[in-house]
Design a protein around this ligand. Sequence first.
Ligand code: ADP
Ligand code: MG
Length: 342
Amino acid sequence: MSAIDLVGVRKQFGETQVVRGVDLAVPSGAFLSLLGPSGCGKTTLLRMLAGLETPSEGEIRIDGAVVNAVPPGARDIAMVFQSYALYPQMTVAQNIAYPLRKRGVPKGERAGRVAAVAEMLQLGPLLERKPRQLSGGQQQRVALGRALVREPRIFLLDEPLSNLDATLRSHMRAELIELHRRIGRTMVYVTHDQLEAMTMSTHIAVIDGGVVQQFGTPQQVYRRPVNRMVAGFIGTPAMAFVEGRVGEGGALTLAGTRVATVDAAPGATPVIGIRAEDVRLAEIGVPARVGLVEPIGHETLVRLHCDAGIVTARLPGDTAVQPGEQVHFTADAGRLHLFDPI
Ligand code: ADP
Ligand code: MG
């Protein structure tokens, strides 16, 4: 059974439609990322799951029961906010213990559970500090601890890592994956960072303009993006889009060079999407001029300017090419992505 179902959910603030009809079934135990650009409606969706906003239309079900009218405190859900939302006058230990105190958990048990969470999140030495005496990363861990301590059925996390530096973010990503594996609870994770979504999730819902563009596993949205929005949003460097042309017999050409055979009428001009890792330099292929060359250690990213546009190639680190050089490239026909022209 799904842990959460959204059925035709809409939300508008005044005249502004923010969520425009979302249907989603979140499998029990999933780590679902709501992934999309800033302003696409992710936080609004999460707040509706938490009960902090009411849908303008549609139904939200938790374990099969409609919860539209159930207040946040009665949903057995914990939410971690982007802004941490810690109580400044309380110590770390008191902040983490707060949800238990509110529910009348006895003091002795509270102390034990706070200690267990503090241990898991390496907060032991900080328990007597106040939030203002903590770094951003430490505050984030306290906010996570406060959500974890209750052991709710469902965790909602709104960009919990966005205020952390790159090293800590990568560490916390690993921690969250491990945490999800260990406790096996359903997690809904909001992020605009496709790397976070790809690395942590069992499922991803790519959102744009208040609508789910694609729902699937990380591999599905990466390998089989259903449209240009999804294709361009997932993967770094971003997928290149260049104009193709279909000739007789379905011959698809890119800058005049045949790259694949497709099932399309002569004269069609599909957009060809190419991922950097699928591009290789070759003796025979699409002619291009080398633009920017970016060595990143074991690999080098190379911009290739051809008549149809710019394609980025992810090449071995020892590739010796110079800006301005004339080269040829190919891409695996089976790995090209075709989209309708704009
Ligand atoms: P995201 O989390 O994806 O960045 P949000 O859900 O926060 O997006 O916001 C989506 C849109 O809804 C934004 O344009 C935002 O300004 C608008 N919005 C969010 N909350 C409110 C509100 N309470 N009143 C009016 N507009 C809002
Ligand atoms: Mg947001």
